[in-house]
Design a protein around this ligand. Structure first.
Ligand SMILES: [Ca+2]
Ligand SMILES: [Ca+2]
Ligand SMILES: [Ca+2]
Ligand SMILES: [Ca+2]
Length: 191
């Protein structure tokens, strides 16, 4: 290899290393405290990358735990900042970065309405969710009246008392129907 070719080769390597360093410098990672942000439902995510002297339109790469990695271009390019919008994922955001210099923040996260109805009535009376978004959850919703999940559990208060209409010992048999306990009780003697 001639000395000239070697010189050109070294120059190219130096250029490549320089370009790599430049590329690495052009990367803003999401502001640490904003990593892990999430919504309970679909969210509107608004990221802003700020550069002191501006830059050409960049790209934002975001990884959501529930939606994988998304790459988007800016919705707005201003002199000193670029805005990126993503609608849908609930998060949490596990990582985000741009190929731009400066600082990247999650500027705004709109989680939308707190309740999204999955049904026109309370369908599941024991899942802890307000299915129809009427403000009443499970057994507190009149839609669940009569649902077995909403029967009050029997709390034993002592041995069966053979009058009064209460199943004191919670064995399922009330008063004289509780034969084991009331068969000899005068209140249950055949008339
Ligand atoms: Ca429910
Ligand atoms: Ca409800
Ligand atoms: Ca009983
Ligand atoms: Ca009783």
């Amino acid at each position: 290899m001639s000395k000239r070719k070697l010189t050109i080769g070294l120059a190219l390597v130096a250029l490549a290393v320089g370009a790599l360093v430049a590329i690495q410098a052009l990367a803003a990672d999401l502001h640490g405290p904003h990593v892990g942000s999430y919504c309970d439902g679909p969210g509107d995510w608004h990221f802003v990358n700020t550069q002191t002297r501006g830059a050409d339109a960049g790209t934002l790469t975001v990884t959501f735990a529930d939606a994988g990695t998304l790459v988007v271009g800016p919705s707005q390019v201003n002199h000193n900042n670029q805005h990126f919008d993503i609608s849908g994922p609930s998060g949490p955001v596990t990582a985000a970065s741009t190929n731009l210099p400066g600082r990247l923040v999650l500027s705004d996260l709109d989680c939308g309405p707190d309740c999204v109805p999955s049904s026109s009535k309370e369908l599941n009376c024991s899942d802890g969710i307000d299915d129809d978004c009427d403000g009443y959850i499970d057994c507190d919703d009149v839609d669940c009246d009569g649902n077995p999940a909403c029967d009050d559990p029997c709390v034993p208060t002592g041995p069966e008392v053979c009058t009064g209409g209460i199943d004191e010992d919670c064995d399922g048999d009330i008063d004289c129907d509780d034969y084991a306990d009331c068969k000899n009780d005068p209140a249950c003697a055949p008339s």
